[in-house]
Design a protein around this ligand. Structure first.
Ligand code: OOG
Ligand code: MG
Length: 257
């Protein structure tokens, strides 16, 4: 039986739009290349509804995340306009299924990325960097998935909160990261956990894009991947992330789930 990419993409797209979990696929239902096709097809459905592509995100760039989710390969997915949550604003948890938050860095690109770039070139391609919080929300029940499942589900992408931009690229390699809920620290780590240096996320992003013949226009966002494990969001909580050298990023969660 041939694989019905369109209907798998539709199911995941609807699960995201309605914030309703779906069962994981049976193991071996599709391979990684097919998973990226499902991802692309489900994103095309979003774009057809008027959502715009804003950039890309990398996943599993840190060991902490790989171990937490039981997978061991770098993945990538798309960020869209409707995923951008207001910095300092209130996130409506009803839009999400079982959201988790993770501390990241976000890059703003200044040149089109249309070929694999080296670590030395990476700084030339970025306009600015900001501390960021990613809200991930697997569309699969119990947040359980295989590598293929999570890729098909656009790598759990759901929300992005970006702090103030700066051009402080020197401090990026090994900056302290901490996340607090209501003033109490819940996560701590270092940006060095992101591929040894978050600038390497740009190198990896450029390779992954080239591998599938895509380019990324200037002015796009690139989320580098989490520096620590993800933490489940709770209602009525002040969530703040501080990254040394880069500053803070924060949001509140609404009272309703
Ligand atoms: C997949 C997304 C992983 C990261 O930063 O490593 C990710 C997941 O854990 O649900 O966004
Ligand atoms: Mg992430």
């Amino acid at each position: 039986m041939s694989l019905d990419i369109a209907s798998l993409a539709q199911g995941l797209d609807q699960a995201a739009a309605q914030a309703r979990a779906v069962p994981q696929f049976a193991p071996g239902s599709f391979n990684l290349a097919q998973a990226y096709e499902i991802q692309r097809t489900s994103m095309a459905r979003r774009v057809a509804r008027g959502d715009g592509i804003r950039g890309i995100k990398l996943g599993f760039t840190s060991r902490a995340k790989m171990v937490q989710m039981g997978v061991s390969d770098l993945i990538w997915g798309w960020l869209t306009e409707t995923m951008i949550e207001e910095e300092g604003g209130t996130v409506d948890l009803a839009r999400y299924i079982h959201p988790r938050v993770e501390p990241e860095l976000c890059f703003l690109t200044r040149r089109t990325i249309d070929r694999p770039i080296t670590a030395l070139e990476a700084v030339d391609y970025i306009e600015a960097v900001a501390p960021a919080l990613e809200i991930i929300d697997s569309r699969y029940e119990n947040f359980k998935f295989t590598l293929e499942d999570v890729v098909a589900d656009n790598c759990s992408s759901a929300g992005v909160v970006v702090g103030s931009w700066s051009r402080n690229f020197e401090g990026l390699a090994n900056a302290g990261v901490s996340v607090a809920f209501g003033g109490r620290q819940v996560l701590a780590g270092s940006t060095a956990a992101i591929l040894g240096n978050p600038l390497r996320s740009l190198v990896q992003a450029s390779r992954l894009l080239a591998d599938c013949g895509q380019s990324l226009p200037a002015g796009s966002l690139i989320m580098a991947g989490a520096a620590t494990v993800a933490q489940a969001l709770t209602p009525a909580t002040h969530v703040q992330c501080e990254i040394n050298q880069l500053g803070r990023v924060e949001f509140f969660t609404g009272a309703q789930t």
